[in-house]
Design a protein around this ligand. Structure first.
Ligand code: NAD
Ligand code: WQD
Length: 341
């Protein structure tokens, strides 16, 4: 019989990063309960997680703001920790619907933290984002860079980070890891789970891969006049499976660390839009048509991580390189041109 060491509540576990992390947790012997309202995901993702792992999942279909549903989950389970992925994440949409974003992301975190506190579970890993560094004055970015936000989505992440720092200072029993993801891409090697962007994607890799399968005609490259080596935006793309393993390391470190710590989760390498296009063409054998367009509002020139702290403290570093990322992204897209539908 499988031995479980700890039971973890995973909010947003049906989503892109959550589903990959659930696979890693199960592979590492954790017992998992997923709570998701499926506002941006499909139950099919969880069925596929079950196929990959051979484990039947315990799923609570509820909103993280539903305090009674959370309380019930805590009454029925003794959670060792929570990984909090549940949230809305589209930057552009957040500018149009700020209230929805604050209610979902900030109130969601508050309700969760209150129920955790009431039930004496004070260990949490929170999904933050490199967006909290705003427009950094230099790269690579360390965790001690100043924090700022340029849109409601980024503000909501920063607000939750501040709430976590406040509860940690008020009560030393809390054990909190804030993971600041850079640009998550790719998919599980099985090609069974991946990012289902639904509709026209906003992010670079989902967009390129839809051009690759012929669903979109060409890529708009947003600006080639940035202060970067080829003029296009530079980002730190990180394989979602590496991202998932960072959560396992964070949980393990929390076993004996109190307080609130933030970690950059990236590879430490930046690639330009045109380098990504070339790498994707190599991996897929497809020609990616692109046109240079004006800059996208709010974009910055360069963003990549200094990963020293996560390497030293979490004992974590990314294992997949750019070619692995492109291969696995393409594999998922080719197998699932319409996502989970
Ligand atoms: P996703 O949309 O695929 O997953 C989020 C999941 O949370 C979905 O399954 C959704 O249905 C669920 N959810 C949303 N609001 C909820 C609520 N109120 N109650 C219950 N469930 C709810 O997104 P993802 O890419 O997997 O991102 C996961 C987390 O990581 C998010 O908090 C996101 O802000 C953060 N993040 C993502 C990226 C990225 O580029 N993907 C980068 C940095 C940070
Ligand atoms: C990457 C590069 C674009 C699309 C966003 C959020 C961030 C985080 C990750 C959640 C940029 C260029 C893109 C396209 C392009 N999410 N691009 N044509 O903007 O770095 O980060 O996702 O936390 O908060 O802001 O990611 O993939 O949208 O863009 O030229 O069609 O690709 O200008 O240089 P971004 P992205």
């Amino acid at each position: 019989m499988q031995q479980f060491n700890n039971k973890i509540l995973v909010t947003g576990g049906a989503g892109y990063i959550g589903s990959h992390t659930v696979v890693s947790l199960i592979e590492q012997g954790f017992e998992v309960v997923v709570l998701d309202n499926f506002s941006n995901s499909s139950a099919e993702a969880l069925r596929r997680v079950e196929r990959i792992t051979g484990v039947t999942l315990d799923v609570v279909s509820a909103d993280v703001r539903d305090r009674q549903a959370l309380q019930n989950a805590f009454e029925h389970n003794k959670f060792d920790a929570v990984i909090h992925f549940a949230g809305l994440k589209a930057v552009g949409e957040s500018a149009q619907q700020p209230l929805r974003y604050y209610l979902n992301n900030v109130d969601g975190a508050l309700q969760l933290l209150q129920v955790m506190n009431d039930n004496g579970c004070k260990r949490i890993v929170f999904s933050s984002s490199a967006t909290v560094y705003g427009d950094p004055s230099s790269v690579p970015i360390t965790e001690s860079f100043p924090l700022s936000a340029t849109n409601p989505y980024g503000q909501s992440k920063l607000m939750v980070e501040n709430i976590l720092r406040d509860i940690s200072s008020s009560d030393p029993n809390w054990q909190i890891s804030i993971l600041r993801y850079f640009n998550p891409v790719a998919a599980h090697q099985s090609g069974l789970i991946g990012e289902d962007s639904g509709g026209v994607p906003n992010n670079l890799l989902p967009y390129i891969s839809q051009v690759g399968v012929g669903k979109l005609e060409f890529l708009s490259v947003y600006g080639n006049d940035y202060d970067t080596h080829d003029g296009t935006g530079v980002r730190d793309y990180i394989h979602v499976v590496d991202l998932a393993s960072a959560h396992i390391k964070a949980l393990k470190v929390l076993d004996d660390e109190h307080g609130c710590q933030s970690y950059n989760i990236g590879t430490g390498r930046g690639y330009s839009v045109l380098e990504i296009v070339k790498a994707f063409e190599r991996a897929s054998g497809q020609n990616i048509e692109y046109k240079i367009m004006p800059r996208r509002l709010g974009d910055i020139a360069s963003c990549y991580a200094d990963t020293d702290k996560s390497a030293r403290t979490l004992g974590w570093q990314a294992e997949h390189d750019l070619d692995d990322m492109m291969r696995d992204h393409w594999h998922w897209q080719r197998k699932n041109p319409n996502g989970y539908n």
